[in-house]
Design a binder for this molecule. Structure first.
Ligand SMILES: Cc1cc2nc3c(=O)[nH]c(=O)nc-3n(C[C@H](O)[C@H](O)[C@H](O)COP(=O)(O)OP(=O)(O)OC[C@H]3O[C@@H](n4cnc5c(N)ncnc54)[C@H](O)[C@@H]3O)c2cc1C
Length: 396
Protein backbone atom coordinates (compact mmCIF):
# COMPACT_ATOMS: atom_id res chain seq x y z
CA UNK A 1 0.00 0.00 0.00
CA UNK A 2 1.45 3.39 -0.91
CA UNK A 3 0.35 6.18 1.37
CA UNK A 4 -0.42 9.52 -0.27
CA UNK A 5 -0.28 12.23 2.39
CA UNK A 6 -3.28 14.17 1.02
CA UNK A 7 -5.68 11.22 1.21
CA UNK A 8 -4.71 9.87 4.62
CA UNK A 9 -7.53 9.07 7.08
CA UNK A 10 -5.52 10.62 9.92
CA UNK A 11 -2.99 13.45 10.01
CA UNK A 12 -0.01 13.22 12.39
CA UNK A 13 1.24 16.68 11.46
CA UNK A 14 -1.33 18.45 13.63
CA UNK A 15 0.70 19.57 16.67
CA UNK A 16 -2.25 21.53 18.06
CA UNK A 17 -4.12 18.26 18.63
CA UNK A 18 -0.91 16.51 19.71
CA UNK A 19 -0.22 18.91 22.58
CA UNK A 20 -3.69 20.20 23.51
CA UNK A 21 -3.33 18.41 26.87
CA UNK A 22 -0.26 20.49 27.77
CA UNK A 23 -0.33 24.04 29.15
CA UNK A 24 2.24 26.53 27.85
CA UNK A 25 4.42 25.94 30.92
CA UNK A 26 4.24 22.17 30.57
CA UNK A 27 5.13 22.39 26.91
CA UNK A 28 8.11 24.66 27.65
CA UNK A 29 9.27 22.18 30.29
CA UNK A 30 8.99 19.31 27.80
CA UNK A 31 11.01 21.34 25.27
CA UNK A 32 13.71 22.03 27.85
CA UNK A 33 13.90 18.33 28.80
CA UNK A 34 14.05 17.06 25.21
CA UNK A 35 16.76 19.67 24.47
CA UNK A 36 18.85 18.28 27.36
CA UNK A 37 18.20 14.70 26.29
CA UNK A 38 19.20 15.53 22.75
CA UNK A 39 22.80 15.62 23.96
CA UNK A 40 24.17 12.05 24.30
CA UNK A 41 27.09 13.09 26.53
CA UNK A 42 24.73 14.83 28.92
CA UNK A 43 22.42 11.79 28.95
CA UNK A 44 25.34 9.51 29.83
CA UNK A 45 26.55 11.83 32.57
CA UNK A 46 23.02 12.48 33.89
CA UNK A 47 22.23 8.75 34.00
CA UNK A 48 25.30 7.83 36.03
CA UNK A 49 25.05 10.87 38.35
CA UNK A 50 21.34 10.25 38.88
CA UNK A 51 21.95 6.59 39.74
CA UNK A 52 24.76 7.47 42.14
CA UNK A 53 22.74 10.22 43.83
CA UNK A 54 19.83 7.81 44.35
CA UNK A 55 22.17 5.09 45.58
CA UNK A 56 23.64 7.45 48.15
CA UNK A 57 20.09 8.55 49.00
CA UNK A 58 20.91 12.21 48.38
CA UNK A 59 17.73 14.09 49.36
CA UNK A 60 17.55 16.34 46.28
CA UNK A 61 18.01 13.48 43.77
CA UNK A 62 14.54 11.99 44.00
CA UNK A 63 12.84 15.38 43.78
CA UNK A 64 14.96 16.48 40.83
CA UNK A 65 14.27 13.26 38.92
CA UNK A 66 10.59 13.30 39.87
CA UNK A 67 10.05 16.87 38.66
CA UNK A 68 11.79 16.37 35.33
CA UNK A 69 12.20 13.09 33.48
CA UNK A 70 9.81 11.11 35.76
CA UNK A 71 6.90 13.50 35.21
CA UNK A 72 7.51 13.42 31.44
CA UNK A 73 7.49 9.62 31.10
CA UNK A 74 5.63 8.23 34.14
CA UNK A 75 2.07 8.56 35.41
CA UNK A 76 2.83 8.75 39.14
CA UNK A 77 4.54 7.01 42.02
CA UNK A 78 1.39 5.05 42.90
CA UNK A 79 -1.89 4.04 41.30
CA UNK A 80 -3.80 6.81 43.05
CA UNK A 81 -1.25 9.42 41.97
CA UNK A 82 -1.58 8.13 38.38
CA UNK A 83 -5.32 8.91 38.36
CA UNK A 84 -4.66 12.54 37.39
CA UNK A 85 -2.68 11.44 34.33
CA UNK A 86 -5.39 8.93 33.40
CA UNK A 87 -8.03 11.67 33.62
CA UNK A 88 -6.07 14.00 31.34
CA UNK A 89 -5.67 11.23 28.76
CA UNK A 90 -9.37 10.33 29.03
CA UNK A 91 -10.37 13.96 28.47
CA UNK A 92 -8.52 13.61 25.16
CA UNK A 93 -10.23 10.31 24.25
CA UNK A 94 -7.11 8.31 25.00
CA UNK A 95 -6.99 5.09 27.00
CA UNK A 96 -4.39 4.07 29.58
CA UNK A 97 -2.47 0.81 29.81
CA UNK A 98 -1.07 0.60 33.33
CA UNK A 99 2.50 -0.62 33.57
CA UNK A 100 3.95 -1.23 37.04
CA UNK A 101 7.47 0.02 36.37
CA UNK A 102 9.69 -2.10 38.63
CA UNK A 103 12.07 -4.25 36.58
CA UNK A 104 14.66 -7.01 36.98
CA UNK A 105 13.63 -8.47 40.31
CA UNK A 106 14.99 -11.73 41.69
CA UNK A 107 13.56 -12.62 45.12
CA UNK A 108 10.30 -14.41 45.95
CA UNK A 109 9.38 -11.37 48.04
CA UNK A 110 9.74 -9.06 45.02
CA UNK A 111 7.86 -11.47 42.74
CA UNK A 112 4.96 -11.57 45.21
CA UNK A 113 5.05 -7.79 45.43
CA UNK A 114 4.83 -7.51 41.61
CA UNK A 115 1.90 -9.95 41.68
CA UNK A 116 0.00 -7.93 44.27
CA UNK A 117 0.77 -4.66 42.45
CA UNK A 118 -0.57 -6.22 39.23
CA UNK A 119 -3.71 -7.43 41.04
CA UNK A 120 -4.25 -3.90 42.38
CA UNK A 121 -3.75 -2.48 38.88
CA UNK A 122 -6.41 -4.90 37.59
CA UNK A 123 -8.84 -3.78 40.33
CA UNK A 124 -8.06 -0.19 39.45
CA UNK A 125 -8.68 -0.93 35.75
CA UNK A 126 -12.00 -2.62 36.56
CA UNK A 127 -13.33 0.61 38.08
CA UNK A 128 -11.80 2.93 35.50
CA UNK A 129 -13.56 3.19 32.17
CA UNK A 130 -10.41 4.25 30.31
CA UNK A 131 -8.06 1.53 31.64
CA UNK A 132 -8.93 -1.57 29.57
CA UNK A 133 -5.60 -3.37 29.98
CA UNK A 134 -2.65 -3.69 32.35
CA UNK A 135 0.81 -4.75 31.33
CA UNK A 136 3.15 -7.22 33.02
CA UNK A 137 6.51 -8.90 32.56
CA UNK A 138 6.92 -12.62 33.25
CA UNK A 139 10.37 -11.79 34.71
CA UNK A 140 8.53 -9.64 37.27
CA UNK A 141 7.01 -12.85 38.64
CA UNK A 142 9.59 -15.54 37.76
CA UNK A 143 13.38 -15.64 38.00
CA UNK A 144 15.24 -14.96 34.73
CA UNK A 145 17.81 -17.75 35.22
CA UNK A 146 15.04 -20.23 35.95
CA UNK A 147 13.23 -19.32 32.73
CA UNK A 148 16.52 -19.77 30.87
CA UNK A 149 17.00 -23.21 32.40
CA UNK A 150 13.47 -24.23 31.43
CA UNK A 151 13.97 -22.98 27.87
CA UNK A 152 17.20 -24.97 27.60
CA UNK A 153 15.37 -28.12 28.68
CA UNK A 154 17.67 -28.63 31.67
CA UNK A 155 16.34 -30.78 34.45
CA UNK A 156 15.20 -28.76 37.46
CA UNK A 157 16.28 -29.57 40.99
CA UNK A 158 13.46 -30.18 43.51
CA UNK A 159 13.88 -26.69 44.93
CA UNK A 160 13.63 -25.20 41.44
CA UNK A 161 10.56 -27.29 40.63
CA UNK A 162 8.86 -25.74 43.66
CA UNK A 163 10.03 -22.30 42.63
CA UNK A 164 8.58 -22.80 39.12
CA UNK A 165 5.28 -24.01 40.60
CA UNK A 166 5.06 -20.81 42.67
CA UNK A 167 5.82 -18.68 39.62
CA UNK A 168 3.14 -20.42 37.55
CA UNK A 169 0.70 -19.98 40.41
CA UNK A 170 1.41 -16.24 40.56
CA UNK A 171 0.92 -15.85 36.80
CA UNK A 172 -2.31 -17.86 36.92
CA UNK A 173 -3.66 -15.84 39.87
CA UNK A 174 -3.06 -12.63 37.92
CA UNK A 175 -4.70 -13.92 34.71
CA UNK A 176 -7.63 -15.41 36.61
CA UNK A 177 -8.25 -12.09 38.33
CA UNK A 178 -7.97 -10.22 35.01
CA UNK A 179 -10.57 -12.60 33.56
CA UNK A 180 -12.93 -12.15 36.55
CA UNK A 181 -12.64 -8.38 36.33
CA UNK A 182 -12.77 -8.29 32.50
CA UNK A 183 -9.51 -6.36 32.27
CA UNK A 184 -6.96 -7.36 29.61
CA UNK A 185 -3.36 -8.25 30.40
CA UNK A 186 -0.41 -7.71 28.05
CA UNK A 187 2.67 -9.86 28.68
CA UNK A 188 5.81 -8.13 27.40
CA UNK A 189 8.24 -9.91 25.09
CA UNK A 190 11.76 -10.19 26.51
CA UNK A 191 15.15 -11.67 25.52
CA UNK A 192 15.08 -14.54 22.97
CA UNK A 193 16.89 -16.90 25.35
CA UNK A 194 13.90 -16.87 27.74
CA UNK A 195 11.13 -16.06 25.24
CA UNK A 196 10.23 -19.71 24.45
CA UNK A 197 9.62 -20.26 28.16
CA UNK A 198 7.50 -17.08 28.28
CA UNK A 199 5.57 -18.11 25.15
CA UNK A 200 4.80 -21.49 26.72
CA UNK A 201 3.25 -19.94 29.82
CA UNK A 202 1.39 -17.19 27.99
CA UNK A 203 -0.03 -19.65 25.44
CA UNK A 204 -1.37 -21.77 28.32
CA UNK A 205 -2.95 -18.67 29.84
CA UNK A 206 -4.53 -17.68 26.50
CA UNK A 207 -5.96 -21.17 26.10
CA UNK A 208 -7.46 -20.96 29.58
CA UNK A 209 -8.79 -17.39 29.57
CA UNK A 210 -9.39 -16.32 25.94
CA UNK A 211 -12.41 -18.51 25.17
CA UNK A 212 -15.20 -15.89 25.49
CA UNK A 213 -13.18 -12.73 24.90
CA UNK A 214 -9.52 -11.80 24.71
CA UNK A 215 -8.05 -11.28 28.18
CA UNK A 216 -4.42 -12.43 27.76
CA UNK A 217 -2.05 -11.06 25.10
CA UNK A 218 1.38 -12.29 24.09
CA UNK A 219 3.92 -9.92 22.49
CA UNK A 220 5.57 -10.61 19.11
CA UNK A 221 8.90 -8.91 18.31
CA UNK A 222 9.20 -8.43 14.58
CA UNK A 223 12.94 -7.68 14.70
CA UNK A 224 13.23 -11.47 14.99
CA UNK A 225 13.21 -13.19 11.60
CA UNK A 226 11.09 -16.10 12.88
CA UNK A 227 8.27 -14.14 14.49
CA UNK A 228 5.93 -13.47 11.54
CA UNK A 229 5.68 -17.20 11.02
CA UNK A 230 5.31 -17.72 14.77
CA UNK A 231 2.43 -15.21 14.89
CA UNK A 232 0.62 -17.14 12.16
CA UNK A 233 1.25 -20.54 13.76
CA UNK A 234 0.09 -19.17 17.15
CA UNK A 235 -3.12 -18.11 15.40
CA UNK A 236 -3.53 -21.59 13.86
CA UNK A 237 -3.06 -23.22 17.27
CA UNK A 238 -5.61 -20.85 18.81
CA UNK A 239 -8.18 -21.68 16.11
CA UNK A 240 -7.52 -25.39 16.50
CA UNK A 241 -7.89 -25.26 20.29
CA UNK A 242 -10.89 -22.92 20.20
CA UNK A 243 -9.59 -19.71 21.77
CA UNK A 244 -8.83 -16.21 20.47
CA UNK A 245 -5.32 -14.89 20.02
CA UNK A 246 -4.21 -11.74 21.83
CA UNK A 247 -1.28 -10.20 19.94
CA UNK A 248 0.69 -7.12 20.87
CA UNK A 249 3.07 -6.30 18.02
CA UNK A 250 6.39 -4.56 18.61
CA UNK A 251 9.64 -4.28 16.67
CA UNK A 252 11.73 -5.27 19.71
CA UNK A 253 13.82 -3.56 22.34
CA UNK A 254 16.94 -5.69 22.83
CA UNK A 255 18.58 -5.67 19.38
CA UNK A 256 22.15 -4.85 20.43
CA UNK A 257 22.11 -7.25 23.36
CA UNK A 258 20.72 -10.03 21.13
CA UNK A 259 23.33 -9.52 18.41
CA UNK A 260 26.17 -9.29 20.91
CA UNK A 261 25.18 -12.52 22.69
CA UNK A 262 24.75 -14.40 19.40
CA UNK A 263 28.22 -13.30 18.31
CA UNK A 264 29.83 -14.16 21.64
CA UNK A 265 28.18 -17.57 21.90
CA UNK A 266 28.56 -18.23 18.17
CA UNK A 267 24.99 -18.98 17.15
CA UNK A 268 22.94 -17.43 14.33
CA UNK A 269 21.48 -14.10 15.47
CA UNK A 270 17.68 -14.22 15.78
CA UNK A 271 17.57 -10.58 14.61
CA UNK A 272 16.67 -9.53 11.06
CA UNK A 273 19.58 -8.52 8.83
CA UNK A 274 18.43 -4.89 8.51
CA UNK A 275 15.77 -2.37 9.52
CA UNK A 276 13.82 -2.76 6.26
CA UNK A 277 13.36 -6.47 6.93
CA UNK A 278 12.05 -5.69 10.43
CA UNK A 279 9.71 -3.04 8.99
CA UNK A 280 8.41 -5.40 6.28
CA UNK A 281 7.64 -8.17 8.76
CA UNK A 282 6.11 -5.68 11.19
CA UNK A 283 3.73 -4.30 8.58
CA UNK A 284 2.89 -7.80 7.28
CA UNK A 285 2.09 -8.82 10.86
CA UNK A 286 -0.21 -5.80 11.21
CA UNK A 287 -1.94 -6.72 7.97
CA UNK A 288 -2.34 -10.35 9.11
CA UNK A 289 -3.90 -9.30 12.44
CA UNK A 290 -6.29 -6.79 10.87
CA UNK A 291 -7.43 -9.24 8.19
CA UNK A 292 -8.11 -11.80 10.94
CA UNK A 293 -9.58 -9.30 13.39
CA UNK A 294 -12.52 -11.55 14.26
CA UNK A 295 -10.23 -14.15 15.86
CA UNK A 296 -7.23 -11.96 16.79
CA UNK A 297 -7.36 -8.96 19.08
CA UNK A 298 -4.24 -6.90 18.40
CA UNK A 299 -2.32 -3.90 19.62
CA UNK A 300 -0.03 -2.01 17.26
CA UNK A 301 2.61 -0.85 19.77
CA UNK A 302 4.92 1.45 17.84
CA UNK A 303 6.13 5.02 17.42
CA UNK A 304 6.71 4.42 13.72
CA UNK A 305 4.54 6.85 11.74
CA UNK A 306 4.24 4.64 8.66
CA UNK A 307 3.06 1.61 10.67
CA UNK A 308 0.41 3.72 12.39
CA UNK A 309 -0.80 5.26 9.11
CA UNK A 310 -0.73 1.81 7.56
CA UNK A 311 -3.05 0.30 10.19
CA UNK A 312 -5.43 3.28 10.03
CA UNK A 313 -5.59 2.95 6.24
CA UNK A 314 -6.18 -0.82 6.45
CA UNK A 315 -9.09 -0.33 8.85
CA UNK A 316 -10.55 2.20 6.45
CA UNK A 317 -9.98 0.06 3.38
CA UNK A 318 -11.63 -3.00 4.95
CA UNK A 319 -14.57 -0.92 6.23
CA UNK A 320 -14.01 -1.95 9.84
CA UNK A 321 -15.26 0.54 12.47
CA UNK A 322 -12.32 2.72 13.63
CA UNK A 323 -13.00 1.81 17.24
CA UNK A 324 -13.43 -1.94 16.82
CA UNK A 325 -12.39 -3.40 20.21
CA UNK A 326 -10.03 -5.90 18.56
CA UNK A 327 -7.92 -3.21 16.86
CA UNK A 328 -5.75 -0.97 18.99
CA UNK A 329 -2.84 1.45 18.83
CA UNK A 330 -0.45 2.26 21.65
CA UNK A 331 2.51 4.55 22.34
CA UNK A 332 4.57 5.15 25.47
CA UNK A 333 3.47 7.97 27.77
CA UNK A 334 5.47 11.14 27.06
CA UNK A 335 6.38 10.15 23.50
CA UNK A 336 4.80 10.42 20.05
CA UNK A 337 1.83 12.49 21.19
CA UNK A 338 1.36 13.57 17.57
CA UNK A 339 0.48 9.95 16.74
CA UNK A 340 -1.64 9.04 19.78
CA UNK A 341 -3.80 12.14 20.07
CA UNK A 342 -4.43 12.49 16.34
CA UNK A 343 -5.49 8.82 16.23
CA UNK A 344 -7.77 9.38 19.24
CA UNK A 345 -9.30 12.42 17.58
CA UNK A 346 -9.92 10.29 14.48
CA UNK A 347 -11.99 7.87 16.60
CA UNK A 348 -9.41 5.06 16.71
CA UNK A 349 -8.63 3.08 19.90
CA UNK A 350 -5.41 4.79 20.91
CA UNK A 351 -3.75 4.29 24.27
CA UNK A 352 -0.67 5.28 26.21
CA UNK A 353 1.48 2.80 28.10
CA UNK A 354 1.70 4.57 31.46
CA UNK A 355 4.45 3.32 33.80
CA UNK A 356 4.05 4.07 37.49
CA UNK A 357 5.99 3.19 40.63
CA UNK A 358 8.55 4.52 43.08
CA UNK A 359 11.12 6.85 41.49
CA UNK A 360 14.01 4.53 42.38
CA UNK A 361 12.19 1.53 40.84
CA UNK A 362 11.56 3.12 37.43
CA UNK A 363 15.11 4.44 36.91
CA UNK A 364 16.16 1.73 34.39
CA UNK A 365 13.03 2.55 32.36
CA UNK A 366 13.79 6.28 32.47
CA UNK A 367 17.40 5.76 31.38
CA UNK A 368 16.15 3.81 28.33
CA UNK A 369 13.78 6.65 27.42
CA UNK A 370 16.57 9.23 27.79
CA UNK A 371 18.89 7.20 25.55
CA UNK A 372 16.14 6.74 22.98
CA UNK A 373 15.61 10.49 22.80
CA UNK A 374 19.25 11.49 22.53
CA UNK A 375 20.61 12.07 19.06
CA UNK A 376 23.68 10.14 17.95
CA UNK A 377 23.88 11.84 14.58
CA UNK A 378 23.72 15.37 15.98
CA UNK A 379 20.23 15.89 14.57
CA UNK A 380 17.37 17.17 16.66
CA UNK A 381 15.19 14.34 18.06
CA UNK A 382 11.72 14.01 16.57
CA UNK A 383 10.10 14.84 19.93
CA UNK A 384 12.09 18.07 20.24
CA UNK A 385 11.20 19.11 16.69
CA UNK A 386 7.50 18.60 17.39
CA UNK A 387 7.55 20.50 20.68
CA UNK A 388 9.42 23.40 19.03
CA UNK A 389 6.90 23.45 16.21
CA UNK A 390 4.00 23.68 18.66
CA UNK A 391 5.74 26.37 20.75
CA UNK A 392 6.15 28.39 17.55
CA UNK A 393 2.49 27.84 16.59
CA UNK A 394 1.44 29.10 20.05
CA UNK A 395 3.82 32.08 19.58
CA UNK A 396 5.71 31.38 22.80
C1 LIG B 1 3.49 0.49 23.86
C2 LIG B 1 4.80 -0.19 23.64
C3 LIG B 1 5.05 -1.42 24.25
C4 LIG B 1 6.29 -2.07 24.03
N1 LIG B 1 6.50 -3.31 24.57
C5 LIG B 1 7.64 -4.00 24.26
C6 LIG B 1 7.84 -5.35 24.66
O1 LIG B 1 7.00 -5.95 25.29
N2 LIG B 1 9.01 -5.96 24.31
C7 LIG B 1 9.96 -5.34 23.54
O2 LIG B 1 10.99 -5.97 23.20
N3 LIG B 1 9.80 -4.06 23.16
C8 LIG B 1 8.66 -3.38 23.49
N4 LIG B 1 8.50 -2.08 23.05
C9 LIG B 1 9.64 -1.39 22.40
C10 LIG B 1 9.66 -1.67 20.92
O3 LIG B 1 9.99 -3.03 20.70
C11 LIG B 1 10.67 -0.82 20.14
O4 LIG B 1 11.96 -0.99 20.66
C12 LIG B 1 10.40 0.67 20.14
O5 LIG B 1 9.02 0.93 20.15
C13 LIG B 1 11.01 1.30 18.87
O6 LIG B 1 10.42 0.74 17.72
P1 LIG B 1 9.30 1.49 16.87
O7 LIG B 1 8.49 0.49 16.12
O8 LIG B 1 8.51 2.33 17.81
O9 LIG B 1 10.07 2.53 15.94
P2 LIG B 1 11.17 2.46 14.80
O10 LIG B 1 12.04 3.63 15.10
O11 LIG B 1 10.53 2.40 13.46
O12 LIG B 1 11.98 1.14 14.99
C14 LIG B 1 13.13 1.01 15.77
C15 LIG B 1 13.26 -0.47 15.99
O13 LIG B 1 13.53 -1.14 14.74
C16 LIG B 1 14.38 -2.24 14.96
N5 LIG B 1 15.65 -2.00 14.23
C17 LIG B 1 16.38 -0.85 14.23
N6 LIG B 1 17.49 -0.99 13.47
C18 LIG B 1 17.47 -2.25 13.00
C19 LIG B 1 18.38 -3.02 12.21
N7 LIG B 1 19.53 -2.49 11.75
N8 LIG B 1 18.07 -4.30 11.91
C20 LIG B 1 16.93 -4.87 12.38
N9 LIG B 1 16.03 -4.19 13.14
C21 LIG B 1 16.30 -2.91 13.46
C22 LIG B 1 14.61 -2.32 16.47
O14 LIG B 1 13.63 -3.18 17.01
C23 LIG B 1 14.38 -0.89 16.92
O15 LIG B 1 13.99 -0.81 18.28
C24 LIG B 1 7.27 -1.44 23.24
C25 LIG B 1 7.01 -0.23 22.63
C26 LIG B 1 5.79 0.40 22.80
C27 LIG B 1 5.53 1.69 22.10
Amino acid sequence: MSLQQADLVVNFKDTKVAFEHKSNDELKRAGWLFRLMNNPKLVKLGSSLGLKALHWKLPFAKTAIKKTIFDQFCGGTSLSETQKTINVLYEHKTQTILDYGAEAKSSEHDFNKTMSETLSAIDFGATNISVPVVSAKITGMARFALLEKIQNGHELMDKEKKEWESALKRINVVCNHACDKKVGIFFDAEESWIQDAIDGVVNDMMEKYNKQSVIVYNTFQMYRHDRLEYLMSSHDVALEKGYMLGAKLVRGAYMEKERKRAEEKKYESPIQKDKISTDNDYNSALQYCIKNYETISSCNATHNEFSNYFQAELINELNIPNNHPHINFCQLYGMSDHITFNLSKGGFNAAKYVPYGAVSDVIPYLIRRANENSSVSGEMSRELKLVKQELKRRRI
